[in-house]
Write a new protein. Structure first.
Length: 144
């Protein structure tokens, strides 16, 4: 299942991208990510890896991630794997006017076993969660 949402943030793309590229910031603004820790400092280059604790369908799931796309101020993609949930989170940024950014977040979830059968029924709640998370991101970045 794939869900995509966009948000307009009144901040320069470099500021927005730097915030998104730090995996330790994700638990601050993403409801489903409880913890994110890179294996090495930084965690924001192609091939960088780490671990996250994600809330998925009422369960805490430990996942491994790897940065598979990285283009400064433009694109970042982390691919997740675990025994229960896989997928990817892709951030695409586009400059908008003077000092503003449009962020598009595409979340793709691949679930195994019974979880995989239930995933399509979660589309509406996932869309709502992403909309809420992106509004939180906007508020955090515009208040700094």
């Amino acid at each position: 299942m794939r869900v995509t949402r966009k948000v307009f943030i009144n901040r320069d793309p470099d500021i927005v991208f730097d915030y998104l590229a730090s995996p330790t910031n994700e638990p601050v603004w993403r409801t489903s990510i409880l913890r994110a820790v890179p294996d090495e400092s930084g965690g924001s280059v192609i091939g960088a890896t780490g671990r996250s604790l994600i809330r998925f369908m009422g369960r805490d799931v430990d996942v491994r991630w790897e940065v598979v796309e990285f283009e400064p101020q433009a694109r970042l993609c982390r691919e997740y794997t675990s025994g229960v949930r896989g997928g990817r989170d892709r951030y695409m940024l586009q400059r908008f006017g003077m000092g503003a950014t449009v962020v598009e977040l595409e979340v793709e979830v691949d679930a195994a076993g019974l979880m995989g059968l239930l995933t399509p029924s979660r589309r509406t709640s996932m869309e709502h969660e992403l909309r809420t998370d992106l509004q939180r991101l906007k508020a955090i970045l515009e208040d700094h």
